[in-house]
Write a protein that binds this ligand. Structure first.
Ligand code: ATP
Length: 222
């Protein structure tokens, strides 16, 4: 996936300006930046929920500005938004049956396995997010876009989710992930982009930011 000179907004309010971003197969790319920087808007534009007002998005080598969400899904884009994408009324088992993976690849988080007969609505927040990730992966995506992976969840759950994200990329999937805990996500990421006020203000290898978390924090505040 690649975006060049991407611009988008809400009505006449511009939010994203001149965004250049790339995610290659097998990469975990962290999208960092303070609240309101435009991370959610960027992910939603890449997933096809918002039409760009400028620039281009390319998916798997082809321009896709006008390709609707459902077609991008079919091409292999999976989007995990802040609202959990689960079926609240179904049990874990029923949910998994609905989206059974063609590749047969379906690892289950051990804590979900223990809840296989429980309705999704009754799971903890962490279990629900594990289920959402499992369901997203069951669609055999080629590109996974994740907003706020661990918002409101326990650190241990966050670490498990990030380990799964890393393992997913290691199977060849490209992942773009927004996660508040910079240190945790950077320790699994290959590269990172930092956004502020609708623009990408810096990018680089994840290790560079891990070595300079203070510099990263200063970017958020400047
Ligand atoms: P957060 O971490 O708080 O979700 P973010 O980096 O994801 O922040 P966005 O949610 O993309 O940022 O918001 C970017 C800008 O767009 C903000 O100024 C926000 O007020 C504005 N915005 C977001 N959603 C809408 C909307 N539906 N209508 C109008 N403006 C919006």
């Amino acid at each position: 996936m690649e975006a060049r000179g991407l611009a988008a907004g809400y009505g006449r309010v511009p939010v994203l300006r001149d965004i250049d971003i790339k995610v290659r197969p097998g990469e975990v790319v962290a999208l960092l930046g303070p609240n309101g920087a435009g991370k959610t808007t960027l992910l939603r534009t890449l997933a096809g929920y918002r039409r760009p007002t400028g620039g281009d998005v390319f998916l798997f080598g082809a321009p896709c500005n006008r390709v609707p969400v459902y077609k991008r899904c079919r091409q292999g884009v999976s989007f995990m938004g802040e609202e959990r994408h689960i079926f609240p009324g179904l049990t874990v088992r029923q949910s998994l049956r609905l989206v059974r993976s063609k590749s047969g690849h379906q690892e289950l988080f051990p804590s979900l396995d223990r809840r296989i007969g429980h309705r999704a609505a009754l799971l903890s927040g962490g279990e629900q997010q594990m289920l959402a990730l499992t369901l997203a992966l069951a669609r055999d995506p080629r590109l996974l876009l994740i907003d706020e992976l661990s918002l409101g969840l326990a650190p241990l759950v966050r670490e498990r989710l990030l380990d799964t994200v890393r393992a997913t990329a290691d199977r060849g999937v490209g992942v773009l992930v927004v996660e508040q805990n910079a240190r945790s996500v950077l320790s699994r990421a290959d590269r990172a982009y930092v956004m502020r006020r609708g623009e990408i203000v810096d990018e680089g290898p994840a290790q560079r930011w891990l070595d300079d978390l203070d510099g990263l924090a200063a970017l958020y505040l400047s």
